[in-house]
Design a protein. Structure first.
Length: 95
């Protein structure tokens, strides 16, 4: 096989012959939309709850302080209060 001649490409002539297309006339405007799977929604909710749990302190100091103040009041510790507390503890254990 033999190559006889290599012809050059004239880039300028090619660019001059190009016609601009009217791109906006063929474009239809539509609204963008996304859909999120139920699995992704559940994962997002689990992530949100995990972040809330991480930010919540293990000991709620405000509640502990309120109980301390109530215990210091001599009128607070009576038979009714002790019985109600015992009932709440037993019900928490399902008894």
């Amino acid at each position: 096989m033999m190559i006889n001649k290599i012809s050059s490409v004239n880039v300028i002539n090619n660019l001059q012959n190009v016609k601009k297309a009217n791109a906006t006339s063929n474009v239809k405007e539509t609204a963008d939309e996304i859909s999120i799977s139920e699995e992704a929604k559940a994962m997002q909710e689990a992530y949100k709850l995990e972040q809330i749990a991480k930010e919540t302190p293990d000991i709620r100091e405000d509640l502990v302080e309120r109980v301390r103040q109530k215990i210091q009041d001599p009128n607070y510790l009576n038979a009714d209060t002790i019985a109600a507390t015992a009932d709440k503890i037993l019900s928490a254990y399902g008894l």
